[in-house]
Write a new protein. Structure first.
Length: 288
């Protein structure tokens, strides 16, 4: 039921009516985070992939798998720099994952190693994230991978902040987010991946949690030029608070592809994968 409620929350976030008419203009402003403020992040990740293995002189082999993840994270800001948080406390209230073949019908949601645990996450000068548990101990390698991936934005400016802050946009207008910023929009950018300029269309302005937000539609395309060939073509919507430039809702989905030549026992073979990826995030304030 927990992940069902989350899915409904994401689906219903944009149901309120707009209150700014078409062609009217709105201006976005930036506000620094505040030490002590708390936020709840609901995150949903769904991926289905079909992978084909091509061996010389043999029939192709295929597998079909899916990966679904649900997390509810509660964040407390502990330290800031102008524009972003540098140190946070994160509690994974729940963290579930369902992984296996798409041909199975009896998949179970299993807790991830971070479920129910609290971590302190810090970054200085673009260095790797420093992660400890709430007792100051270094977590397990498996926990570190999950926490670092989930908290990649800590210690880095929001890629939309400098772009939108002070900018006035008309309802219905499309602006172009530069590729170097677009590549960090949905999280960490894969090594060698290049994002295209990202068209952002301001569809309307609506209240989310009682705060005016710009609702954008967008398309995000990335291609990996070096190493394994990978591409994604995502489209969706996101909501940004007018007065803070904080992103409070994201929902993107689209096809992904992957191709790599590998070697085993001095014999080359090719791995090709095609699939579908959907990601959604909902951020809401925790009022004390």
């Amino acid at each position: 039921m927990q992940h069902t409620r989350h899915t409904l929350a994401v689906a219903l976030v944009l149901t309120a009516g707009s209150f700014v008419q078409a062609n009217e203009e709105v201006t976005f402003r930036h506000k620094n985070p505040v030490v002590g403020e708390q936020w709840a992040n609901n995150v949903q990740f769904d991926m289905k992939m079909k992978t084909r293995y091509r061996y010389p002189g043999q029939d192709d082999q295929e597998t079909s798998n899916h990966d679904q993840q649900r997390q509810l994270r509660r964040l407390t800001v502990l330290a800031i720099q102008p524009g972003y948080s540098t140190r946070v406390k994160v509690h994974f209230e729940h963290a579930l994952r369902q992984l296996g073949s798409t041909e199975q019908t009896d998949h179970q949601w299993l807790p991830q190693p971070v479920a129910g645990k609290t971590y302190i996450v810090e970054r200085e000068n673009e260095e790797e994230l420093i992660v400890t548990d709430d007792q100051g101990n270094i977590p397990t390698d498996e926990e570190l991978v999950i926490v670092r991936h989930s908290m990649e934005a800590v210690g880095r400016p929001n890629p939309l902040t400098n772009f939108l802050s002070g900018r006035t946009i008309a309802i219905g207008e499309t602006v172009q987010l530069p590729g170097e910023l677009a590549g960090r929009f949905l999280g960490s950018q894969a090594s060698g991946a290049e994002a295209q300029d990202m068209p952002l269309k301001l569809e309307e302005v609506r209240d989310v949690d009682g705060i005016a937000c710009g609702i954008f539609s967008a398309q995000l395309e990335t291609v990996t030029q070096n190493g394994p060939r990978a591409s994604s073509h995502m489209s969706g919507h996101f909501a940004v608070q007018l007065e803070t430039c904080r992103i409070v809702f994201v929902s993107f989905r689209g096809p992904v592809t992957f191709r790599q030549t590998r070697t085993i026992a001095n014999q080359e073979y090719v791995v090709e994968a095609t699939g579908f990826l959907a990601v959604a995030m909902r951020t809401s304030p925790i009022r004390r």
